[in-house]
Design a protein around this ligand. Sequence first.
Ligand code: NDP
Ligand code: BG6
Length: 514
Amino acid sequence: SPELKGGPLSIPSQEAEDKLVIESNGGKEHSTVSITVVGASGDLAKKKIFPALFALYYEGCLPEHFTIYGYARSKMTDAELRDMVSKTLTCRIDKRENCGEKMEEFLKRCFYHTGQYDSQEHFVALDKKLKEHEGGRLSNRLFYLSIPPNIFVDAVKCASSSASSSSGWTRVIVEKPFGRDSKTSAALTKSLKQYLEEDQIFRIDHYLGKELVENLSVLRFSNLIFEPLWSRQYIQNVQFIFSEDFGTEGRGGYFDHYGIIRDIMQNHLLQILALFAMETPVSLDAEDIRNEKVKVLRSMRPIQLEDVVIGQYKSTTKGGVTYPGYTDDKTVPKDSLTPTFAAAALFIDNARWDSVPFLMKAGKALHTRSAEIRVQFRHVPGNLYNRNSGGTNLDRTTNELVIRVQPDEGIYLKINNKVPGLGMRLDQSHLNLLYSARYSKEIPDAYERLLLDAIEGERRLFIRSDELDAAWALFTPLLKEIEEKKTIPEFYPHGSRGPVGAHYLAAKHNVQWG
Ligand code: NDP
Ligand code: BG6
């Protein structure tokens, strides 16, 4: 069965697959997709976008007729673009059959156009080239804005007026950050909507494309054993933890303007929280899911500064090696107070989640790289085993469900278990679903799924403007208060577990970090 090999589990993906087969077999053989990566000379394009497009090509997921254009100001020929992207293309599938041949075929479909982001003339020239490749077929066009946010609107204005499709759809994938607060985000949305309809805008949050995040709804809504427990009645707290074992290397200039709350919490972790906590959607349709997410976000209690801890990493020397502090980065001001770590307690004021702490923790330059969701259940009432066994070694240990988003993707449930033997001793064991042991198929990169969805017009994993407004409405007052009060972050050594303040915050809410 395809499911056992890690194939698509959700109905829309299956439908989408069927649609692709129909497209390539007949129905739409006269259509073509032109994908323009705007900012093709940049880091994200090289690291993620071109490799993801190649993986889709390798897997046979791109339509039969497609063309990829890189667009940026840097002067480059087609051959130079191909040379540049070929260096990162095979990162996921280099050991697979015919990878070299497929790569050659793919590169022949990649072209480059030099242009300014605010030049109608340069986009008109791009349009001309796209038309030549499209060869009179019905043309669909996807623009991926892989550029700094201050030029999003210029590029959209030019792309929509000078290079949009005249016969098929035109869609634009917009990378984060979508503003810095409610005001700037609303202004960006308003500007984009001068040139695009909401359903043409695909705001990407790549965490939504991660396998275990997509699986969250499957876990909840297709297993009878979880959904009945998914409330304040049985869950004591939920934790969303993001940690990186490296600093802001190379991105200090960007990061200092945003900080960890905007970089990770307001988007990636909050999106996961919304999926975790939403009510059952009417269907798996994008609008039904996004309606439920918005409701949860709008039910959240304003975040209090006393429920937040911020930190910043400082230089440390270990084993003769010195690891730099955040402000050692030349692009970061020496007196920067920008948090590289934050922990926060959030609450959802609705019937399902009243009084349950949702703890978030995100940090750079910590001791490990991981992203996980931890669900800590309440104590078993009565505690029979502690009473009857004269005090076992497990007195009040509770169940915990862990969804490990990365690395070593997996789901495990901590249960109390009798240690085999004649005595009655309990310990805590794991019911463990480790993806690498269970599924032979490797896990696609998040960008692959999201690019494919954008091509197919599947909006489920993209952020709608009202979701974005709700997310900013939650975080903007907190960010303003932190910045106005010039709150000093707690300094933590590079490579440590972060500020101790995070433990006090958890203890205040009767929680222990997992
Ligand atoms: P880069 O800073 O590498 O910029 C991409 C390209 O944009 C550059 O190659 C450059 O191309 C052009 N560019 C850069 N600065 C300017 C400027 N001031 N004015 C005009 N053009 C400029 O960005 P990334 O590739 O790192 O990121 C692209 C987008 O994706 C950003 O919005 C970023 O926030 C977001 N993002 C990036 C991630 C990453 O890991 N890199 C992760 C998540 C999101 P040229 O000079 O050739 O025109
Ligand atoms: C990006 C942040 O959105 O996500 C980066 O801007 C962060 O700061 C990155 O490093 C983490 O993504 P991943 O997929 O590597 O966990």
